[in-house]
Ligand binder design. Structure first.
Ligand code: PGA
Length: 245
């Protein structure tokens, strides 16, 4: 049975004071959300704050990245077991901003997913095509090879412990959203590639999701929720997206 999820990705935003206000506002309205599980992925340094403020709620939290290494001389890295130690349920791996600005390869993304799973958490594995790739008609090929590369590292058993997010790069932070039909086409393609485990895996859409477009996206049969960037920084927007599930 696929879980319906709305996950906020705060990216590199926030401060102790702002987070306190945002989390209080989300918490205050969270009981009005009945059909979706909610989570927030925050910068590493604020995860203890999320742990404190979300402890009495059903809202989970996680990181936006994770090391492939278990421990040792890896300056600046944060391991999966450290994240688990701080109560994280999720890590985002393979976000297009990591692929683009930190040259993360498909193989590395698969390894990050594996280290997350081995620490008992759930990787949210992001796939998506660039505008150029869409325009030349290779979107599905690109996504198929991103998925295949991750699958070769974590296998079906790993995928069963993962969440997938389809995030067209051209729709992230641009205000452009894939139409519900464009998104559904890719989600259906991904589900087809997952074979006999397909019905067990949640596939989220991400890319300029807002309260105003969420409902039409969620009506699509293969869209199981959203990974929400900018709109997750506004409590009312975030809650209204979750209510639209
Ligand atoms: P956006 O970001 O909602 O601001 O487009 C989505 C994401 O990058 O996860």
């Amino acid at each position: 049975m696929r879980r319906l999820l709305v996950i906020g990705n705060w990216k590199m935003n926030g401060s102790k004071v702002d987070n306190q206000a945002l989390l209080s506002a989300v918490k205050a309205q969270s009981e009005s959300v009945s059909h979706a599980d909610m989570a927030i992925c925050a910068p590493f340094i604020y995860l203890p704050q999320l742990g404190d403020q979300l402890s009495e709620t059903s809202i989970n939290y996680g990181s936006q990245d994770v090391s492939v290494h278990v421990e040792g001389a890896y300056t600046g890295e944060v391991s999966a077991s450290m994240l688990s130690d701080f109560g994280c349920r999720y890590t985002i791996v393979g976000h297009s901003e990591r692929r683009q600005y930190h040259s993360e390869s498909n193989l590395l993304v698969g390894q990050k997913a594996l280290s997350t799973i081995q620490a008992g958490m759930v990787p949210i594995i992001c796939f998506g095509e660039s505008l150029e790739q869409r325009e030349i008609g290779s979107a599905l090929d690109v996504i198929g090879s991103q998925l295949q590369a991750v699958k070769s590292v974590i296998g079906d058993q790993g995928l069963l412990k993962s969440v997938i997010a389809y995030e067209p790069v051209w729709a992230i932070g641009t205000g452009l959203t894939a139409t519900p039909e464009q998104a559904q086409e890719v989600h259906q393609f991904i589900r087809g590639k997952l074979g006999n485990i397909a019905e067990e895996i949640s596939i989220l859409y991400g890319g300029s999701v807002k309260a105003a477009n969420a409902e039409d996206l969620f009506k699509q049969p293969d869209i199981d929720g959203a990974l929400v960037g900018g709109a997750s920084l506004d409590a009312d927007e975030f809650i209204n997206i979750a209510k639209a599930v």
